[in-house]
Design a protein around this ligand. Structure first.
Ligand code: HXC
Length: 284
């Protein structure tokens, strides 16, 4: 399919994606790679890193990865440093690693809450804080930092207090960094993906029955989104077309946010019931 942007626009540029070995984030890597960018990434599982790197290279670009947990600042800093040694300064820095499980606040321990805060919010701080010194700030449209947020950052859902708190923090962190780093020629934005097909998020936050029930959860755009559509939004935000855009939160969600908690809450409730039944069966 023809693409709006010059297919070679990112040729030779360096895109680092924390958590870019699976799901939406891997799709973002492929989107940039198809436009010529060299890709670096980190995630917790070495086998995922290896497989993702092979995939990016199959697009005809250079790629490198490291095993790192975004909760550990030193690991993130090391992954960034080795990426820059191989691929040069970073033009686009994406923080996408996330953790989630569906449970009420009264069903989670303090450590369960902290785990998600650490992955989603502290992890985003770690990636941006450690990545800043490696950004290429020479381009006229500035270096582009993007945090992958979620509808949970903007509206409350039951069974998601940890993720809602963490993603709301990500939204505010991105805006604060946009204020501080704008004068340094760094733009910081977030993307808010709605329900995206074939992702770990949707497997966790819904059930087979919910996904089969109707087209795209009854959203205004009546289908699930694709990973390429999230990649396209990242490409736009990292292009000269977005040179004057910083501190925004860009929903790419088929209208999900317009519906309030609505159908997403029903889906979360169904996922929670299914997980309770599964653990009852495992216990009996
Ligand atoms: C209650 C739970 C729980 C559950 C884990 N915990 N699952 N508590 N209900 N279902 C608790 C554990 O008991 C423990 O607390 C604490 O959380 C940490 O769990 P660990 O398994 O030790 O942590 P860890 O191995 O670091 O794994 C992190 C994880 C895991 C988040 C728990 O699920 C993970 O690795 N997820 C990564 C992939 C992922 O979640 N992807 C989906 C992102 S979806 P105690 O007190 O027992 O020590 C997303 C999109 C949202 O973000 C928006 C979509 C529209």
């Amino acid at each position: 399919m023809p693409h709006l942007f010059d297919p070679d626009y990112f040729r030779g540029k360096h895109v680092f994606i924390a958590g870019g070995t699976t799901g939406i984030n891997q799709g973002i890597g492929h989107g940039f790679a198809r436009m010529g960018a060299n890709i670096s990434t980190c995630s917790r599982k070495a086998e995922n890193v290896e497989a993702a790197i092979a995939g990016f290279k199959s697009e005809g670009v250079d790629a490198i990865g490291a095993t790192a947990d975004v909760r550990d600042y030193e690991q993130v800093a090391y992954a960034l440093k080795t990426a820059v040694q191989s691929l040069g300064p970073i033009d686009v820095l994406i923080s996408g690693a996330a953790g989630n499980f569906v449970v009420p606040a009264l069903g989670m321990s303090a450590n369960a809450f902290k785990t998600v805060m650490d992955i989603d919010l502290q992890g985003t701080f770690n990636v941006f804080r450690a990545g800043h010194e490696h950004l290429n700030t020479d381009s006229p449209s500035g270096a582009s930092c993007i945090a992958i947020s979620a509808p949970q950052g903007l509206i409350p859902y039951g069974l998601q207090s940890h993720v809602c708190a963490a993603k709301a923090g990500v939204e505010m962190l991105a805006q604060c960094l946009a204020v501080e780093w704008g004068p340094l020629n760094v733009r910081v934005n977030t993307i808010v993906p709605g329900p995206i097909a074939d992702t770990e998020g949707m497997r966790r936050l819904s059930t087979d029955e919910v996904r089969k029930k109707d087209a795209g959860m009854g959203l205004p755009i009546q289908r699930y989104g694709t990973k390429q559509e999230i990649a396209d939004a990242c490409i736009f935000l990292s292009s000269p077309a977005a040179a004057y855009i910083t501190g925004i939160s860009l929903p790419v969600d088929g209208g999900c946010l317009l519906m309030g908690a609505g159908r997403m809450q029903e889906s979360l409730n169904a996922a929670f019931e299914a997980s309770k039944q599964a653990s009852n069966q495992a216990g009996s």
